[in-house]
Design a protein around this ligand. Structure first.
Ligand code: B12
Length: 217
């Protein structure tokens, strides 16, 4: 089977919320030598974007969006261990506290960023979703983190990223951590606006920014 038709199968399985179909397509893709990163970036992510666009156009509703997310999570159970394998054992480069901000339960992108950072040699402390700004800061202090990575997908929740920076400033700890932001609703402009140290559009960008941050320390 050609790579194009496997990528198409991955795409369609997400759009249709077909968990079994997606797992089979992931199996075929891996067998054909398509890498886990390509499966995610070229096959699954564009489909998830389309699901969001259809939801915004009222062509589908919450249950369909949930099915797509469940299918994605099933596929990640196969792909995440493979992503981490390719990172191998190595000296840890730095510590990252990651989470999705308060009021926001979107976890998929945050989980990929976490996996990508682990794969690149970072020790990752994942606080999960709906995380208060103060909790990011307390955890960073507890583990002496180098980086705080905050994901936010909704226009209503991105102000929480600013809140993390305000908490750091209030504790006189702003200079201690590199604050990276990302997630659907964020932009470079927003990052500049709130004084974040970096904005990443993809999980790959997150890894590049994190590597740069620790190399400049
Ligand atoms: C799947 C999904 C859900 C799932 C989430 C399941 C889960 N476990 O995560 C469910 C069905 C639960 C859900 C719920 C809701 N959702 Co929703 N959801 C989506 C959808 C379709 C895909 C998100 C996703 O996973 N994308 C795939 C990943 C890989 O992409 P990503 O998250 O952007 O992450 C990548 C990058 O952004 C980056 N990145 C991410 N985080 C970080 C962090 C850092 C530091 C860096 C550097 C980079 C980085 O790297 C990632 C990998 O490349 C989006 C549409 C969209 N286009 O985003 C809507 C969307 C985000 N949801 C939306 C809404 C409105 C909701 C609900 C309010 C719906 C409702 N009526 O209840 C609830 C929210 C509840 C809450 N309080 O959070 C809206 C938000 C609108 C807005 N702009 O404010 C969107 C945009 C849909 C739309 N077009 O209307 N949702």
């Amino acid at each position: 089977m050609s790579d194009e038709s496997i990528l198409e199968q991955l795409y369609n399985a997400i759009i249709n919320g077909d968990k079994g179909g997606l797992e089979r397509a992931v199996g075929s893709a891996l067998k054909e030598g398509i890498t886990p990163s390509e499966i995610i970036e070229k096959g699954m992510s564009p489909a998830m974007k389309e699901v969001g666009d259809r939801f915004a156009r009222y062509e589908i509703y919450l249950p369909e969006m949930m099915l797509a997310a469940e299918a994605w999570e099933g596929a990640m159970q196969i792909l995440e261990p493979k992503l981490l394998e390719s990172g191998g054992e190595r000296k840890k480069l730095g510590r990252v506290v990651i989470g999705t901000v308060k009021g926001d339960i979107h976890s998929i992108g945050k989980n990929i960023v976490g996996a990508m950072l682990k794969m690149n040699g970072f020790e990752v402390f994942d606080l999960g979703v709906d995380v208060a700004a103060s909790a990011f800061v307390s955890k960073a202090e507890e583990v002496s983190a180098d980086i705080i990575a905050a994901s936010a997908l909704m226009s209503t929740t991105i102000p929480q990223q600013k809140s993390i920076i305000e908490h750091l400033e209030a504790r006189g700890a702003r200079g201690k951590y590199c604050v990276l932001i990302g997630g659907g609703s964020t932009t470079q402009e927003w990052a500049d606006n709130i004084g974040a140290d970096g904005y990443g559009r993809t999980a790959g960008d997150a890894a590049i920014l994190a590597l740069k941050a620790v190399s400049q320390k």
